[in-house]
Design a protein around this ligand. Structure first.
Ligand code: CBY
Length: 396
């Protein structure tokens, strides 16, 4: 995480700072670099009208709070920004958008982050609107036909925060209790026999949700140490090498949750994280050899059925899907041209052959191996010989 986040070309990543601050050991120099970058990026996005989604603002604010830096006074380049106030406004816009279109501007994972942050940082928001926001609904908690454990976990954390900070017996208390129970029941239904909850990348956040909501869980329905052992055993295999994956897992490993942000002890300044210099990790950590493999590649528009096209490309063994897509594009740009955006998780495919993903229509480019959706992005998923890669325009 530290290497990736402090590299000169790295995207500012509040999730990494947040995770580091919730950990046991600290590195002051890393904290200062990351905090400065995040503050600068927040000011830059605000001043220059660059995209700044509700969940992003929430993470930037949380990362400040966790670093004992006031999120209401974020300054860079001579400008001071109140991230809590900005988040309050953005949250209102999300609610307005749901009212008028039925969908949020972002998604329910980000709404969870919003409410969690407003609650933690004592921003103002309507508790009854928040209670209604998280009621059970297919459209909110299902992505591409699957229950989103990540989304549910954030909604649980947000509502537990509301419950613990608001001890009134308002009518919304019952709604919140019922929401949390439904979310946890569905989350536990996604528990696999090996302890993973949802998939490997939702398990850390699910652990946070289950640990703050222990009152709601019948004893014996979740074995925490089994889940912990499983994720820990995956670390040496490289499963969490993506810094975002590591950042979302670390709090749970440390027995911490995002609800601990407001109780971070700011009077202790520790600098006890021993940083060993590791060999530089490139975004392509996989051993690429000169051996070539053949990979089938298909692109298809399953929304309006305007095109389906396939090809076979040769790429070095150990290549990631993005490399396959680039090879196909090089061979035949008319049929296989595509665009992507660099996100914190890695490259996110935004269009193929000019057909753009559109959040307001809930369309996206889904990545599959045969019929199975990938649980990694195009920049991370390593393809095998003869594998059938599919990039499919669909709805979620
Ligand atoms: N963050 C967000 O808004 C993202 C929230 C999240 C629920 C997120 C997963 C969970 C998390 N823990 O971070 C999420 N993904 C969402 C909401 C979405 C949708 C994005 C809608 C939008 N524009 O806001 C959408 C379109 C349904 C989606 N994820 C698509 C994809 C695929 C991307 C393909 C592409 N075009 O490049 C993909 C690869 C699934 C597929 N087979 O097509 C995908 N997501 C994956 C695999 C993941 C996991 C990443 C794991 C990894 N190692 O890379 C994920 C952790 C995550 C990021 N998605 Co989405 C879920 C998981 O597997 N547990 C807030 C913001 C501030 O950063």
């Amino acid at each position: 995480m530290i290497q990736s986040a402090t590299a000169p070309e790295a995207l500012p990543n509040p999730s990494v700072l947040l995770a580091l601050q919730l950990a046991q050991n600290h590195s002051n120099s890393t904290k200062h670099i990351l905090l400065q970058r995040i503050a600068q990026d927040a000011v830059d996005r605000f001043q220059n009208g660059k995209p700044f989604s509700s969940g992003q603002i929430a993470l930037y604010a949380l990362a400040h709070q966790a670093s004992c830096s006031d999120p209401r006074k974020v300054s860079a380049q001579g400008t001071t920004l109140d991230l809590v106030q900005l988040l309050e406004k953005k949250f209102e816009m999300e609610l307005e958008n749901i009212k008028s279109t039925g969908n949020p501007l972002s998604n329910y994972y980000q709404l969870g982050l919003c409410v969690l942050t407003l609650c933690q940082l004592q921003g103002s928001f309507s508790v009854s609107k928040a209670a209604d926001l998280f009621t059970p609904d297919q459209k909110k908690y299902y992505l591409g036909g699957h229950f989103s454990v990540d989304t549910a976990s954030l909604a649980v954390l947000a509502q537990i925060c509301i419950q613990t900070s608001d001890n009134s017996t308002l009518p919304e208390t019952n709604i919140i209790t019922a929401n949390i129970q439904w979310l946890l029941n569905n989350t536990l239904e996604q528990k696999r026999s090996d302890g993973v909850i949802g998939n490997m990348y939702s398990t850390g956040e699910a652990m946070q949700a289950l640990s703050v909501a222990s009152d709601y869980i019948t004893p014996g329905s979740w074995n925490c140490s089994e889940t912990l052992d499983k994720v820990v055993s995956e670390i040496p295999k490289g499963t969490f090498d993506n810094p975002m994956a590591a950042a979302q897992l670390l709090p749970a490993l440390m027995g911490q949750t995002y609800l601990d942000v407001s109780t971070v002890n700011c009077s202790i300044e520790k600098d006890d994280l021993i940083l060993t210099v590791l060999p530089a990790i490139s975004s392509n950590t996989h051993h690429q050899s000169s051996n070539l493999i053949k990979v089938k590649y298909m692109v298809t528009d399953s929304v309006s059925n305007t095109f389906t096209d396939s090809t076979t490309v040769s790429v070095p063994k150990g290549s990631v899907l993005l490399r396959v897509m680039e090879a196909a594009q090089e061979n035949d740009p008319k049929r296989f041209r595509f665009t992507y955006a660099n996100r914190t998780w890695g490259p996110y495919i935004t269009s193929v052959r000019g057909l753009m993903a559109d959040n307001s229509k809930r369309t996206y480019w889904q990545l599959l191996s045969g019929e199975t959706p990938l649980s990694k992005g195009a920049g991370e998923y390593v393809v095998s010989d003869e594998e059938n890669m599919v990039v499919k325009f669909t709805t979620y």
